[in-house]
Each structure stands twice: as C-alpha cells, then as structure tokens.
Design a protein around this ligand. Structure first.
Ligand SMILES: Nc1ncnc2c1ncn2[C@@H]1O[C@H](COP(=O)(O)OP(=O)(O)OP(=O)(O)O)[C@@H](O)[C@H]1O
Length: 466
C-alpha cells in the first residue's frame, strides 16, 4: 500500500521541492503551510510519516509532536529546521522525532531518512534541553556533530571524541552528560596528560594507605563518578598498564577498589584524544582491544578552520561573555570578521577565545576593527616565545591544576619523586628521539655521562632503541 506522508513547511519553494521529491519516490504526499492546516489534516487522517519545519507562522512545529505521537506513538517524524542549534536537535529528539535534518539539507538524505523512518518503529527518548546553548556554531560541520550528540546523549554508549586541541572535546563530553539520562549525577573529568603516569591507576581506582588512625582511603575517579559520567581526557597518554586495567573494567563491569572491595561500575565512559590512535596502536603505545572498546561511537570534532561561518559567531559570543562583568558590549566590524575568517586557527576555539578576551580588554572603541585583529594576531606570531609560558610557569600551572583536580583530597603521597621521574623521563625520551636513539649523542647534548644515561633509562623503564 502506498505510504502517506504529510509535509509541513511555510516556505512554498522548499515545500514544493520536498513534496516533488517524495512523490517521485511514489509516496502519497500531502502538504500544509501552517500548524492550523496541519492539525486539520491530521484530524481527518493520520499519515505514515510526518516531515515538519520548526518555525511556522502560527507556532512551533515541534509542539505538534506530542499531539500526533499521543495518537500514533510509533509515527516517524522528521524535523527539518534552519534553526541549526544543538538545542533544536535535542528538542526534536526529545519530543520523539525520528530524525533531525538541519537546513539546507541534501534531498538524498531526506529520502534516506524517509525510507528508514517508514521501515522502523519510532521510539521516544527523553533528554533535558536548556535554553543556554552549550555549543556555539551553525556550520554544516557542526550540524553533523549536533545530530550525533542528540542521538547518543540519551544512551549509555561509550563515546570516543576525536579532534585537535581546543576544538571543544571537553565541552561536548559535558553536553553528552547534561543532555543524557545521567544529568544531575556527577560528571568527573580526568586528564591523562596531567597526572603522573604511575599515579593514574590510583587516581582512577582509588588507593588505600596504611598510616595513622587506620590509614587513609582515596576514592578513585570511578567511584566519584558513580551513577554519572567519567570523562577520560587525553586517553592516548594513558600508560599501558592502566590501559589493561581499564579494559578489564569495561569488559567485566566491575573493579576492585581501594581496600580490595569489588565494585560494580555504573559509569558512562567518554574518552577523548587529539592523538592518532591507530598510529599509537601501530607503535605499541595503545592497546588495540581498548581502542575498539572505547570507539563504540566515534565523534569527530572539526577543526575551527573547517567550520564555515562559525568564527564570527563564536567571536561575538566570546566578546559578549567578556562584557558579562558589566563592561560595555563590543562588536566586530565586517572587515574584522572577514580577517578572523582568514586565520588558520591552529589552536582552534581556545585560540579564538583567548584572542577575543584580549581584544575585549585592550581595545578602546566599542567596534573592533580589522586592524585591531591584525595587531593582536601579529603579536601572537612574533612573540610566540613570550606568549608561551616558561617551563617553570608551565610546571606551576600544571601543579595548580593537579591540586585543584584533587579537590578536597590531596594527591597521593610521593608527589615530588613522581614529578621528578616524570620530567626525567620526558627529557630523556625527547632527547633520544631527537638523535634517533643514539645514546652517545644524547648523553653529549644533555651533558651527562653515557653510563649515567643508561642507568637512568633502565630505572625509568625506557627501552633503549637500536
Ligand atoms: N562550540 C563551542 N562553543 C563555545 N565555546 C567553545 C566551543 N568549543 C570550544 N569552546 C571553548 O573553547 C575552549 C576549549 O574547549 P575544550 O577545553 O572543550 O577543548 P578540548 O578539545 O577539550 O581541548 P584540549 O584537547 O586542549 O583539552 C573552552 O573554553 C570551551 O568552552
């Protein structure tokens, strides 16, 4: 029997294209331009699938969803919208839409969605939507991200977020938590690159130390995240032994915590990295089986330079945020927006955020010009070394962050030794890599005796190459 489809869109041109495309696919297609018209048609007979726009002259298309789904809970609904925000994507999914297509969309994609919609039973998902947008950007590249986020937020699937540094991996992990069933529970983040390698297992799974008054117990991050989400940032930096333990936990769903108690894991794991994990696997630095466990849903964040039109949107967002403290709101002149669009943004959104914060602070006028931008970008490139903090500054920042992340608990004892070993290992590894494993040259560059170098390499468990 010919399937019936109702298309609701107030834009006659778009409606015609949709209707004609679907008619060609031999569906029985009806159309409506307003909610009132749609209601009347739905009152007469229910279609097998509904395609609706969001903004209609007499209301919000999404408001129709609960009404029609109350009548036919399994009715597949495809929402098409030019309001290309994460909130729209989430709202559409939340109200039971089967698919959300941001405008402009590809007609083949619509045809695919219609085919899939008619072939399945619809199932509603619940998620909270917030008016405060967690992610800024309306580029097609970000639309793909929103659609995946909207689809997987309500699930408990493990997600691997990939993307260059500063692309918003942590923000997306948070959005997955905030829009999912675990919102309201803990969101615990741990950065593998910011914890000394030999302290990672204790950080994750806890530790018990004998001592005064029966010892101290450090609950691990898994325990802290119970019922909620655990965000493992820079997973590519996780040492192999910790990887093995994490894999076992993910496989068995339990682990023995501090004090040897067996605990069930009720945690959604979201991991992220800017590293090329297949390459890390090839180099023996990352476990292939763990990769497949984590990579259940891969979510790739596009670099800022690939997000057409988003740079100015984000720039204005950061300017507005800078004026939240009461200082006057600044805006970008058109040429300034254009100049921002030409920059390559190797540091992605974080680089843009820092630049806008500086511009908000240093410019006098309310309008930021292309020259202002040029001047700040020039400072950045010529003062690269000045902009990058000294090693001492970096260590300090790292430590402050480390203490902050430990929260009320202090890091496990032995920090000084762990730190020095960490620095030592980094110095030796990078120097050796720079001279392709030639220990004689490495020792000469470092200004230490070759035997001392060998001994230290053995102590630190760094395999000599060649
Ligand atoms: N789409 C976005 N909208 C608004 N702010 C964003 C967006 N993406 C990133 N940001 C902001 O940019 C900064 C960097 O984001 P975040 O820390 O999530 O990046 P990351 O990919 O985790 O970086 P790294 O790999 O260096 O840890 C944060 O201040 C974040 O709030």
């Amino acid at each position: 029997m010919t399937k019936k489809i109702l298309v609701i869109d107030d834009d006659a041109a778009i409606r015609m294209v949709i209707v004609e495309t679907l008619k060609r696919d031999r569906y029985d297609v009806r159309e409506a331009a307003t909610i009132a018209e749609a209601r009347e048609m739905l009152g007469r007979s229910m279609p097998d699938l509904l395609v609706t726009d969001v903004v209609l002259p007499d209301g919000n298309g999404l408001d129709l969803l609960p009404v029609v789904l109350a009548k036919r809970p399994e009715l597949p609904v495809i929402v098409v919208s030019a309001q290309n925000t994460l909130t729209t994507a989430i709202r559409a999914t939340e109200r039971g839409a089967f698919e959300y297509l941001p405008k402009p969309f590809d007609l083949d994609e619509l045809r695919r969605a219609v085919r899939e919609g008619l072939a399945r039973d619809a199932g509603g998902v619940e998620a909270a939507a917030d008016d405060e947008l967690p992610l800024i950007g309306r580029s097609p590249a970000m639309q793909d991200v929103y659609r995946v986020v909207a689809r997987i937020a309500p699930t408990d699937l493990t997600v691997l977020i990939l993307g260059e540094s500063g692309t918003g991996k942590e923000l997306v992990a948070r959005a997955l938590h905030d829009f999912g069933a675990r919102r309201g529970k803990a969101f615990v983040a741990i950065n593998m690159a910011a914890v000394p390698r030999d302290a990672i297992e204790a950080e994750l799974f806890g530790q018990e130390r004998a001592g005064f008054a029966g010892g101290t117990r450090f609950p691990g991050r898994f325990e802290q995240a119970a019922g909620g989400t655990l965000f493992l940032d820079e997973i590519g930096d996780m040492p192999l032994e910790a990887q093995t333990r994490l894999l076992r936990v993910l496989e068995t769903g339990e682990y023995s915590s501090a004090g040897g108690r067996l605990r069930k894991v009720d945690v959604r794991v979201i991991a992220a990295t800017h590293q090329d994990l297949p390459r890390a696997i090839a180099e023996g630095r990352f476990r292939e089986d763990l990769y497949y466990r984590l990579n259940v849903v891969p979510l790739a964040l596009p670099p800022l330079r690939a997000r057409e039109g988003d740079v100015t949107l984000l720039a204005q967002h950061f300017l507005d945020r800078a004026s939240d403290g009461g200082s006057p709101r600044k805006t970008l002149e058109d040429a300034a927006g254009k100049r921002l669009g030409e920059h390559d943004w190797p540091g992605n959104v974080r680089e843009l955020e820092n630049l806008m914060r500086r511009l908000a602070a240093v410019t006098r006028d309310r309008t930021i010009t292309a020259d202002d931008i040029e001047a700040q970008l020039a400072i950045r490139s010529t003062e690269g070394e000045i902009a990058a903090p000294s090693l001492e500054g970096r260590v300090e920042a790292w430590l402050r962050d480390h203490f902050r992340r430990s929260g009320d608990m202090l890091p496990p004892p032995g920090l000084y030794e762990r730190l020095l070993a960490e620095v030592d290992a980094a110095v030796l590894r990078t120097t050796l890599a720079a001279v392709r494993g030639n220990q004689l040259r490495a020792a000469a560059i470092l200004g230490i005796n070759r035997n001392t170098l060998r001994k230290r390499l053995t102590e630190l468990g760094i395999a000599p190459k060649g």
